[in-house]
Design a protein. Structure first.
Length: 272
């Protein structure tokens, strides 16, 4: 089966490489039924090119493109909301709740910037203890999930981005899994779908999507829902790793995943 949909992608309006129209044309070429855009909303933590004015331009451009391509593909106007900063997102049709920062000792630490920056953060703020770092991350993630009103949770185990092959910590260690499962369970209890995200595959950091199979199996056991997204920052990456996600989801016991349409979520069977 082909998903033919993606609800998490970025454009030149934030840190993506392509224009919204280039993304839409790539999606139409792949026979997508829907494409959701999720700009990184403005935050005060790091200087970013995104301003509130730029967000307004982004929404206007997507409204224009939605009309231009009506009948060919559904366009959804969303944002990836940064957990640590509360502000008004009511102009958006749907939200992804994600955390890219960890608040520690009054500092905002980047979680997914680079291996070097992460190693430095773990050294300076956690005495080099990656398990303590991951615990702090998942405690924050559980807090996010406990109050989230988003459509779904983005890359719930982003903290493992640089950990391919268990390079820095063992993802089957209870010191990692305990807090990770707690975050996942909090999300499912709140009725929040959890994203399978292939962004780190297209960027060359990982060969598997978030979340790891142990977490996926737990989501399944709890009757939670998943949605497969590429988090593409370029048009060529729109559906990277989707076949692998379908295979993994099936192996973890799922018989369907969610897909975001203009009318809301719909279930897509994984049987064939
Ligand atoms: Zn993200
Ligand atoms: Zn993203």
């Amino acid at each position: 089966m082909k998903l033919r949909s993606n609800a998490h992608c970025h454009t030149v309006y934030c840190d993506g490489k392509n224009t919204p129209e280039e993304m839409i044309l790539a999606a139409i070429e792949r026979d997508f039924v829907s494409l959701g855009f999720s700009i990184h909303g403005w935050t005060p933590y790091e200087p970013t090119p995104v301003t509130l004015e730029r967000e307004a331009d982004y929404r206007a451009e997507l409204r224009r493109l939605r009309e231009k391509y009506r009948g060919q593909i559904e366009i959804l106007i969303g944002a990836e909301r940064e957990f640590l900063y509360e502000r008004d997102y009511s102009a958006y049709e749907y939200l992804i709740d994600s955390a890219h920062f960890l608040l520690r000792d009054g500092e905002c630490l980047y979680i997914d910037w680079s291996q070097e920056r992460t190693a430095d953060n773990v050294e300076r703020h956690f005495g080099g203890d990656y398990y303590a770092y991951c615990r702090a991350y998942f405690e924050q993630e559980a807090e996010l999930c406990a109050k989230s009103s988003a459509a779904f949770i983005g890359h719930i185990d982003l903290v493992s981005k640089f950990n391919e092959g268990n390079k820095y910590f063992d993802e089957s260690d209870p010191r990692y899994l305990g807090p990770a499962l707690e975050a996942v369970e909090t999300a499912v209890r709140r009725g929040l779908p959890i994203e399978m995200n292939t962004g780190a595959i297209s960027r060359g950091y990982r060969t598997t999507p978030y979340p790891n199979p142990t977490l996926l199996k737990r989501i399944r056991e709890l009757n939670g829902e998943i949605i497969i997204n590429s988090d593409a920052h370029a048009a060529k990456h729109l559906d990277v790793g989707f076949d692998l996600c379908v295979e993994l989801a099936r192996a973890c016991g799922f018989d369907h995943v969610l897909r975001l349409r203009a009318s809301g979520f719909e279930e897509v069977g994984l049987e064939d």
